[in-house]
Design a protein around this ligand. Structure first.
Ligand SMILES: [Zn+2]
Ligand SMILES: [Zn+2]
Length: 246
């Protein structure tokens, strides 16, 4: 009942109309989706300075990693669009609890992922949120995006979405509230674990991690690190946009 009232209020506040042109009955019409200025190139996910192909890390970051003998956990990161071009839309999705917006946003992720030459994953994992946050928001925004990616990445074949492999252990402080990069890394360390009975599913697999927005990338790197240490062969990430870290 409460959910129905909630939906009624939301429909009144946010009548379904294309966010960009106002066309009714769709959150993002096909024409506006086509016209969205998707990123024409990807930056190195680590230094965010060098233009790289397929979202891989740049030569310099590769070299630094080799010298330290720690291969970067995330193999590649594909961002779909500039944050400023989509920020209000994302905000509506995430903080006004309009879960229906996940579908168009997921399609944006798919569009740019398909432009890359990255291999198709064996399955998809949405970055998990803590159960307390899940209760508060009512949905995991990354999970909704992951479902849309699963339905659209390989037409006709539904890529599995595994939401129970990676678990969020601690309710970390919101990364957005932490202004220092090292502190962000420390805040997220240890926040994720692989569910022990799911370890067999990961071994030698190619995994695509999905999240809504990446800032420093610390969350994605940490998830990838955990998955790699549990035996994953390749872990790539895809997000709607990368928010500038101030
Ligand atoms: Zn439109
Ligand atoms: Zn780099």
């Amino acid at each position: 009942m409460l959910q129905k009232i909630n939906k009624f209020i939301l429909d009144a506040l946010f009548p379904i109309a294309c966010f960009f042109c106002g066309k009714r009955d769709t959150w993002l019409c096909d024409e506006c989706l086509r016209k969205l200025p998707l990123l024409a190139f990807q930056l190195c996910p680590y230094c965010e300075k060098e233009i790289v192909s397929n979202g891989h890390f740049c030569e310099k970051c590769k070299k630094t990693a080799l010298e330290k003998n720690i291969p970067p956990p995330l193999d590649a990161l594909i961002c779909a669009i500039k944050y400023s071009g989509i920020s209000k839309f994302v905000h509506l999705f995430k903080y006004n609890f309009v879960s229906d917006l996940g579908a168009p946003l997921g399609k944006i992720i798919v569009k740019n992922f398909l432009k890359s030459n990255l291999p198709l994953p064996d399955f998809i994992i949405p970055v998990p949120i803590h159960k307390r946050k899940l209760k508060w928001r009512g949905f995991n925004q990354a999970e909704i995006l992951a479902q849309t990616v699963s339905q659209n990445l390989t037409p006709g074949i539904l890529l599995p979405v595994h939401s129970d492999i990676l678990v969020r252990r601690s309710n970390t402080r919101a990364q957005m509230k932490i202004k220092n990069y090292q502190k962000r890394l420390a805040n997220i360390r240890g926040a994720f674990a692989v569910s022990p009975e799911k370890e067999d599913l990961i071994r030698d697999k190619k995994i695509l991690l999905i999240d809504d927005i990446a800032t420093t990338g610390a969350t994605l790197f940490e998830c990838a690190k955990i998955l790699k240490s549990a035996g994953a062969k390749k872990v790539c990430g895809a997000v709607i946009a990368r928010q500038e870290f101030k």
